[in-house]
Design a binder for this molecule. Structure first.
Ligand code: PBG
Length: 317
């Protein structure tokens, strides 16, 4: 059968029909809100390149965590932005439990990386002018254990060192945190779309770039291999990052793996929508919802987005 007996438009005629025929639905249950934690009290610094995003001191993080829980968002992911940085990222394993105490029912995820804590801004420690893989694992594992001790439910390594998921799993288990899950930034690309994040986290590398450890954007097979390895090392959830430029990778991962998948709609993806909306070049809310549902359609279960609060407020419970 085909036209004229088949008419695809029949089921698009009304909102009721469209609702009945809708295949993917964005829900508050999918959302994870990223937050940037700085030191001090009553600090609420706007991030210029990310309208609506602030760097918050611990007291403000606590209040934000309550708001996030009240909106029905299940999780937040915390990024620490320390006042003092050094070569080994000493601040990385000094986590505070404030968000978990403020909203115990929330799932608190913490980003495990060294770039926010190192003075050189790289995600690992430097030896002979290079980001040294194996010596970084110990520091990352220490950071993860410190986050678990502070109440993290899930730790999320974003450094892209080889073997870090296994090192973190072992360290957590040995420290009595067998119940803490690992969300692995498994397919994390060396992307231009992290630009605004690096302003927020003051984590731009002081020399070179991250292409020696993050993935080369044209590669898809390699991403699947990264994911397989992270699973084998004990990852509970696999992430693709950024989201929209890599939906093919996400869709392929959905076909291949049985674990929950996460996708990070990153700072640059958020910033470009907000910037165009500010200029009146597109309808920001509609464009954001369309972008996020495309991530859901491609197969993500957890969606990390800076727009989580606005989106949750618009979605029916
Ligand atoms: C830390 C980290 C980055 C992001 C998440 N964790 C930056 C980077 O790798 O340079 C980016 C998130 C975003 O852009 O929203 N390694």
């Amino acid at each position: 059968m085909s036209f004229p007996s088949v008419r695809m438009r029949r089921l698009r005629r009304s909102e009721a029909l469209r609702r009945l025929s809708r295949e993917a639905r964005l829900s508050r249950d999918d959302l994870v809100l990223p937050l940037f934690a700085v030191e001090g009290t009553r600090v609420r610094q706007p991030v210029a390149s990310m309208p609506g995003v602030f760097r918050l001191s611990p007291d403000e993080i606590a209040e934000e965590a309550k708001r996030v829980a009240d909106l029905g968002i299940p999780a937040l992911i915390l990024f620490g932005v320390p006042a003092a940085k050094d070569a080994r990222g000493s601040g990385a394993d000094r986590a505070d439990g404030i968000a978990k105490r403020a909203a115990p029912e929330l799932c608190v995820i913490t980003d495990v990386c060294l770039c926010e804590y190192t003075d050189h801004g790289h995600c690992g420690v430097i030896e002979n002018g290079e980001v040294a893989n194996d010596p970084s694992l110990e520091r990352l594992a220490a950071a993860a254990v410190s986050h678990a001790r502070a109440g993290a439910d899930v730790v999320a390594p974003s450094d892209m060192m080889d073997g870090r998921v296994g090192a973190i799993r072992r360290a957590l288990d040995e420290s009595g945190f067998a119940e803490v899950a690992i969300l692995a930034y498994a397919a994390k690309y060396a992307s231009a779309f992290y630009g605004p994040f690096r302003e927020a986290a003051e984590s731009a590398p002081a020399f070179g770039d991250r292409r020696g450890y993050q993935m080369d954007p044209p590669n898809r097979r390699e991403a699947l291999r990264e994911m397989e390895l992270d699973l084998a090392e004990g990852a509970d959830v696999l992430m693709v990052k950024p989201a929209l430029p890599y939906l093919d990778v996400l869709a392929e991962a959905r076909r291949r793996f049985e674990v929950p998948l996460a996708a990070y709609h990153v700072s640059g993806e958020y910033a470009m929508l907000m910037a165009a909306a500010e200029r009146g070049w597109l309808d920001g809310t509609r464009a954001m919802l369309e972008a996020l549902v495309s991530i859901k359609r491609a197969g993500a279960d957890w969606i990390l987005t800076y727009a989580a609060k606005e989106v949750a407020a618009r979605l029916a419970p």
